[in-house]
Design a protein around this ligand. Sequence first.
Ligand code: NAP
Length: 256
Amino acid sequence: MGLLEGKNILVAGVTMNTSIGYAVAQVAQAEGATVLVSNFGRALSLTRRVVQKLDPVPPVLEVDVTNDDHLAGLPDMVREHVDRLDGIVHSIAFANPETALGGNFLTTGWDDVATSLKVSAYSLASLTMACKPLFGEKSSVVGLTYDARVSWPAYDWMGVSKAALESTSRYLARYLGPEGIRCNIVSAGPLETIAKKAIPGAEQFNDVWSQRAPLGWDPRDLTPTAKAVVALLSDFFPATTGEMIHVDGGVHSTGA
Ligand code: NAP
């Protein structure tokens, strides 16, 4: 029996087959889950195309996490396909690459910072609360970060947004734990996705990982990250919440 047998999982943030969310959907299906995916705007047509390779082809919902109407309508959209959710995966981030990333930290204006925080951090809470009416007795929320306990070159306001995301997860864990909802974060090493390619200077991350990862690190292999997300969605972490699990080849544990 698969780890997610009988569970319904919404994966938010699938654009390409290089998206971490796509790999999560694949592994979740292999472990027996019924998967729904979401994305927004113009990229929806890309999402609809790439999910054709998943088996079964999951429903694609339109959810822009900055759109209150989309969030309010989410339970009804989900109920067209499944009667409840057992887990959601928040695989969403955005910051303006020209102003908020790539070394512009000291001059970024508030509007760009606000967008980054809203899409990349606050949305973990707003998406979770939108899905809350759908949750059964026990459910699991998993988000994705790039370890924001420290600063990185070029990551700038996305780093600040990830710190906010990590903290948001801990507060969700605090407030929703009594209702049987766990909330955890997977901190992945650098992966060759569109989001990473949009960060000017992000190629430096690969150098750090190739020099420092005790286990080595393949930036094209999404499976270790997807497996950790699926494990956190499963019943195998029943007493774990507010946690951040590193899937980074061990880099976080090294000093240099
Ligand atoms: P990705 O394929 O670009 O996924 C990011 C997703 O966020 C895209 O589907 C994007 O949609 C979506 N998104 C952006 N704004 C949104 C909005 N307002 N409403 C709904 N969805 C929105 O890149 P990824 O690397 O897989 O990123 C997934 C998560 O992993 C992100 O949180 C990222 O920060 C995190 N992460 C990535 C790495 C890495 O090295 N790649 C490492 C650690 C953590 P559009 O494509 O339509 O904009």
